[in-house]
Design a protein around this ligand. Sequence first.
Ligand SMILES: *Cc1c(COP(=O)(O)O)cnc(C)c1O
Length: 436
Amino acid sequence: MQSVHEIYQVNEKGHLVIGEVDATTLVEKYGTPLYVYDINIVRNNCREFVDTFKQNKVKGRVAYASKAFSSIGVLQVIQQEGLYVDVVSKGELYTAMKAGLPPEKIHMHGNNKSRSELEMAIQHKIGCIVIDNIYEIHLLSELLDEYNQEMDVLLRVTPGIKSKTHRYIMTGNEDSKFGFNLQNGQAKKAFEILQNHPSIHLKGLHCHIGSQIFETETFVSAVQLIFEELSEWRTSYEYIAEVVNFGGGFGISYTKDDNPLARSAYVEQLIEAVQEQTNRLNIPIPEIWIEPGRSIVGDAGVTLYTIGSMKEIPGLRKYISVDGGMTDNLRPALYQAEYEAVIANKANLPNTQNVSVAGKCCESGDMLIWDLPIPQVEAEDILAVFTTGAYGYSMANHYNRFSKPAVVFVENGQDQLVIKRETYQDVVKNDLPYLK
Ligand SMILES: *Cc1c(COP(=O)(O)O)cnc(C)c1O
């Protein structure tokens, strides 16, 4: 398996090149820490998902799970590529509207949607709400009456499958905070409430079994369990689902140990499983919707940091510290995520040492990479961490009152700032003096 960073190019100066732009030029122009997205990669990822449905002549819909990285700029690209967008909050919905997404191309998720979130969804007449629990059904029903409107929904079910991934990103198992349980009859109870509902139109079912999944067996089991349920609902209630949504979770390669399938292979095997189950149970084939997040933006992102202090504990470990860390990339601290990286201004030099990359926060857990082979380095060298495009900037936070980094898009040799670096003034902008 090719190492992740081998897909990037190095120019004659020995500098890393992203989207045909020298990484050191970006650092001079925008400073560090800096998030850089190669937008060609985002576009290709979108197209691979969309085209697989077309090539298989199956009615499908690809919605980008915008929690992976939500900004006006990226959602403009997503819209240009014809994708729908999933949101889980007013902030994400507002961003999608600001990016110019037509409301009917927006779907809303969440295990605890508030009255005001549902109201905003209704006011903007978004395309679909994915219902998570009974409380939400009552709340939505009440609000739709108030607004004298109707809404298309999917019912989120948990099929009781443990996907092979980290516990924190596993969502289809029985003991989950998300959705209606298929096995214990909760899903059927919800269906009975919605079956002849005057304002809520049940278009079908939704399930999202987890994230960073490398195989298709769990998707195939989910397909089987969902269609068995739908077959029962057809027999008992003559219900035919127009849509089944299988969520996201398609894995990507962070290090050479990760071996994901091609995006097209995930979709093809889903389609195949749906065709098999619908044939077997003799039910019409519904539209197949998917919601990739990580696999759209993850490998398009690179984070650039400036190296500062270094320390060696003889016989134990060498630490190099960078000017960011868990405030711009929480994943290593949150779920022991691993990354590959290179020295962007020395990308052609041989690796001569193993170091551990530390962030700046006052936490021993603020480590970005534990064992990284690199050449000899000094302060002011640039570290480029690969595959940071998903759940990186979107999880950035203000711990230690660090300001959030800038985000730059590069495409075919052009670079453009799409999120400004926060200032210290931005960090205190909501603080008010205590007047007592
Ligand atoms: C997070 C999430 C996704 C996207 O997951 P990825 O692993 O980023 O593809 C899709 N659907 C739902 C409901 C989610 O919660």
